[in-house]
Design a protein around this ligand. Sequence first.
Ligand code: GLU
Length: 283
Amino acid sequence: MEGGPVVTRFAPSPTGALHLGHAYSALRARAFARMRGGAFLLRIEDIDGARSRAEHVAGILDDLRWLGLDWDGPVTFQSARLEGHAAALDALAARRLVYPCFCTRAEIAEAASAPHGPAAVYPGTCRDIDAGPRMGEAHAWRLDVARAVAAAGPIDWWDEHAGVVSAVPEAQGDVVLARKGLATSYHLAVTVDDAAQGVTDVVRGVDLFDATHIHRLLQALLGLPTPRYRHHPLLVGADGERLAKRRGSPSLASLRAAGVEGPKLAAGLMKDIAPAGYSIGRD
Ligand code: GLU
């Protein structure tokens, strides 16, 4: 991948309105590609049919145009690539690196709030059950992370800020690779699609740093190339809380409606200057 043309992407999920943090991320990804004469892609991550909305897709395109942020080639939609995701899942299933999980959200929450183990990690309830008789029931597919790590051997990845990072996907537990009724998931789709689109440099917020351990593992298992990662600091409010978590973070649409000039806002963000009341967090 060294020396080849740079390809970056902005990959929003159309499940809500974009906020300033999205603008910052998209601008960084585009600037990186432009500075190296590369391509900047726009991929709509709309695999979650229940939460994705056409009006949010339209809003994303309006917001980006308002910022003066153009992209290369057609907008791509992850929902059009489900076959690629399914093929990847099949390849992992053939190696018995995934297993069906029948747990409900409530069961997982209850098991995970037990006094041992980190709260967010799946406790492995379905890992060793005899799933055969239950395959007619709705089920997700989870990565058997211990088996997967053993199959992949030691792996690492490179991040612009963190340098060479030894992958420790085990810390994420047996993540979901195909959600109930969906046949794909964020982790699977993003990994497969970044490779399919020839993304060389993943520019995204540091909130996705931990997810990269899983993406790197999936790349190793599926024989996909590993992009360079450039996780950037997040935009935070005056209280230091990141925007996605704050109540009432203004959407780009509301700033636009309030008469804020998109290109000016974009020019500031490109120089790491956040609007009043916000700052760029530390790495
Ligand atoms: N679709 C993801 C999100 O909206 C981002 C995917 C990525 O950049 O890896 O948070």
